[in-house]
Design a protein around this ligand. Structure first.
Ligand SMILES: [Cu+2]
Length: 782
């Protein structure tokens, strides 16, 4: 009797308490190349278990995960568990935490689940993430018996039919095409239309390329792999949406047509409930939100790409369609910062923005927030299209939600769902991201052509992430007695060459960030670019500090660092290993914006260290352009990596000369920064098939105020040459081009003309040249 009572008690204990022994949860993931059709055109993608996204992985806190990843492709691969606290060897970053998974091989990941929440996984090899290698992870809290509210997992992503390597090559060559394709081009006419010629001039004086919020023109934005999905929801039901941004480069503005959403977790970690009408989710972040689906309609939960080029839709509920409102497009013409003579004639781009290295080193930008509140306050006074929050100069402060919905609520559509649940397009905004590609109207591809514009981060209609208002449910502050190590990191970029850097350098072997266990490490990240960078630290959660003491600063694994702003994070160092810290914009990471964070006592496997050189592999990119007119031809071929540029250019004319005259220039150029480069080369001059002169040259290239490209050289014959070149976009497609050159041997030469962008590889050109007169023809980019 006593025995059976004891047995009963044990049995009861087993039922009531969490399981004493952790379950092992196993998954098999097969990564393979496969044909998909997301746009009406079949293309090759990389899938996990035949789908994009890959399967949702569900665990319970305390489980042991055993995941076998099979590489069914002809190229190496990897899977990284984004936001999960795993041993360093299980983190899945090739050459940092483990060797890559070779073609045909299987790697078994095994790790205990030390946390709960919404996370995701993706390939950390090359550009595979853009090709479809990602999926969501949900870890239920341990001991939870029943779900309080029904939940849905929604993974947002961006999609292009183009090979991601071709995308990166387009970015490297500095083409305008993506801006035109997604309707964020900038031009003189666009600036004039907005009454912002002053800003246009200021930017040109500052030597900054036209600002854009996103780099790539996408074909589609996806929710769980589709442009539009329908999820079941009962009237008046409260739902928990587990939202994941699995995009390669796209931030999303999230908004629910049925009312505000209540944020209850960020990056998998619980936060105090925070109500938001419109939420900006950075790349690689996750949020859990509660929404209440009103009765009487199907309500849209919309994810609008940050640059306004398209969106993905999730419909919840039944009945007539209630679309979410359009988000105004960003006003890309607005410039930032003070501009004086010192900035105009600065030697570095950072100096041109008023954020020179010396000022950074002196700690002038260490406080979280924008570089200068004074400048922002001045900006808020400038008349501007769209709403502007005059009451506050702090971009991340509480936005005035009233201003967001000044108009009447969006009208319901007269009809309900069809059998396929696919509502017709409702909005002036095309859900497909490349609407500008075929728009040949004057401002069709211009940022100024949008019906509604607002300034990013300043207007309440375009909020920045709500970090300052997020508070953890429990204190997150570290004990006061821990040593603190501060590390200052500037986020830099060379937009022209598409090289992205930290502390003025792309990823290189000697740039490891060394930290020590048992300390509080604080990263002060100072963004000296006009883009947002979602910075992600592997293997840790960090506190996002807002500049005031808050013992409940939220814990995150990924944080947005806004343009020209400072973000400060801190973490306690108790996860020995080598961990990647990088910008989660895929093409930024691939172009150098990454570092290894190394615990000083941690010794990685020597075999792994031997292979690490591959991480630092510096890829070469090649491209060319050639113009053929009835009077002349000119063009060039370029081969470049992060540090040097080889180029061959030619010019040949046959009009008004006895024989075809030509000049070919071969150079090797070493950029010092975005503004200056040194070069040596060989200048060849000839007639027909004969070389008449050849001479060595050496000189300097400089980008001058007003974006004038200049070059000066001395040659071995004791001569010299100075040349200037300027391109001015009249509309996004129509460019005025001018060149002038003075050579001590040949005297003056110059040309002026127009180039009209037809599509990515082709422009129509007409030009007057001082030697060959008027000509028309085509320019081809390849
Ligand atoms: Cu970045």
């Amino acid at each position: 009797m006593r025995f059976s009572l004891a047995a009963l008690l044990v049995l009861l204990g087993l039922i009531a308490a969490p399981p004493l022994f952790a379950a092992t949860v196993e998954y098999d993931l097969v990564i393979a190349e496969q044909e998909v059709n997301l746009t009406g055109h079949p293309t090759t993608a990389m899938t996990i278990n035949t789908t994009i996204p890959g399967p949702l992985l569900r665990f319970t806190e305390g489980d042991l995960a055993r995941i076998r990843v099979h590489n069914g492709m002809a190229t190496e691969t990897s899977i990284h568990w984004h936001g999960l606290l795993v041993p360093p060897g299980m983190d899945g970053v090739p050459y940092v935490s483990f060797p890559p998974i070779e073609p045909g091989a299987t790697f078994t990941y095994e790790f205990p689940l030390r946390q709960s929440g919404t996370y995701w996984y993706h390939s950390h090899s090359g550009l595979q993430e853009q090709r479809g290698v990602y999926g969501a992870i949900v870890i239920s809290p341990r001991g939870s018996i029943a779900q309080e509210v029904p939940e849905q997992v929604i993974l947002f992503s961006d999609w292009t039919d183009e090979d991601p390597h071709a995308v990166l090559r387009t970015l490297k060559r500095g083409s305008d095409w993506f801006a035109v394709a997604k309707g964020s081009g900038q031009s003189l006419l666009g600036a004039a239309r907005l009454g912002m010629l002053g800003d246009f001039l200021k930017r040109e004086l500052q030597r900054m390329p036209p600002m854009d919020i996103a780099d790539v023109a996408y074909d589609r934005f996806l929710a769980n792999g589709q442009q539009e999905i329908v999820l079941p929801a009962a009237p008046d039901q409260t739902l928990r949406l587990r939202l994941v941004n699995g995009s390669a480069t796209t931030y999303f503005h999230l908004e629910f047509a049925g009312g505000p959403m209540t944020i209850v977790a960020a990056d998998g970690q619980e936060v105090e409930p925070l109500s938001e009408q419109r939420l900006l989710m950075a790349v690689a972040e996750t949020y859990d939100v509660l929404i209440k689906v009103p009765a009487g309609g199907a309500y849209e939960f919309r994810a609008t790409a940050h640059d306004g080029s398209g969106f993905a839709s999730v419909w919840l509920g039944e009945g007539s369609l209630r679309p979410a409102p359009d988000v105004p497009r960003p006003n890309l013409y607005q410039t930032m910062g003070h501009l004086g003579l010192k900035e105009v004639f600065a030697f570095t781009p950072a100096g041109g923005m008023g954020m020179a290295d010396e000022a950074v080193a002196a700690g002038r930008f260490d406080q979280p927030g924008m570089m200068s509140m004074h400048d922002m306050a001045t900006m808020a006074d400038t008349p501007n299209h769209g709403a502007m929050d005059h009451s506050s100069a702090t971009p991340a402060s509480e936005p005035d939600h009233g201003a967001m919905h000044a108009g009447p609520p969006a009208p319901a559509m007269a009809h309900g769902h069809g059998g396929h649940g696919m509502p017709p397009p409702l909005s002036v905004m095309d859900p497909n991201g490349k609407k500008g590609a075929a728009d040949f109207t004057l401002l069709g591809a211009d940022a100024a052509g949008a019906p509604d514009l607002a300034m990013d981060g300043m207007a309440p209609a375009r909020p920045w992430p709500p970090y300052e208002r997020l508070r953890a449910t429990k204190p997150t502050a570290f004990a006061q007695d821990k040593p603190v190590r501060e590390i200052r990191l500037t986020l830099d970029g060379d937009m022209e060459r598409y090289v992205w850097e930290m502390n003025n350098a792309a990823l290189a072997p000697d740039d490891t960030i060394t930290i020590r266990g048992g300390e509080v490490t604080r990263f002060i990240m100072i963004n000296r670019t006009m883009m947002h960078h979602p910075m992600h630290l592997h293997g840790h959660f960090f506190r996002v500090l807002s500049g005031r003491e808050d013992e409940r600063a939220p814990l995150k694994h990924t944080v947005d660092v806004a343009p020209m702003a400072t973000t400060v994070i801190e973490f306690y160092t108790d996860e020995p290993g080598d961990w990647l810290f990088h910008c989660h914009l895929l093409y930024h990471m691939e172009s150098g914006m990454a570092r290894i964070v190394h615990y000083e006592d941690f010794a990685a496997d020597p075999a792994l260290l031997a292979g690490r050189a591959k991480l630092h592999q510096n890829t070469w990119f090649a491209w060319g352009e050639a113009a053929l007119l009835n009077t002349m031809t000119e063009g060039g071929l370029t081969l470049a990596d992060r540090h040097q540029i080889f180029s061959a250019s030619w010019e040949a004319g046959w009009e008004r000369v006895e024989e075809t005259e030509w000049e070919t220039l071969l150079t090797w150029e070493r950029p010092l920064n975005t503004f200056f480069a040194l070069f040596v080369g060989l200048d060849l001059l000839g007639e027909r098939d004969e070389i008449e002169h050849h001479r060595g040259v050496a000189g300097i290239s400089a980008l001058l105020p007003l974006m004038v490209e200049s070059r000066a050289w001395l040659d071995v014959d004791g001569g010299a040459r100075v040349s200037l070149e300027k391109n001015l976009p009249l509309t996004p497609r129509l460019k005025l081009t001018g060149e002038a050159e003075y050579d001590t041997h040949e005297k003056w030469e110059g040309s002026v003309g127009l180039a009209y962008l037809i599509n990515q590889p082709l422009s129509l050109v007409g030009r007057w040249h001082s030697a060959y007169q008027w000509g028309v023809g085509l320019e081809l980019r390849f």
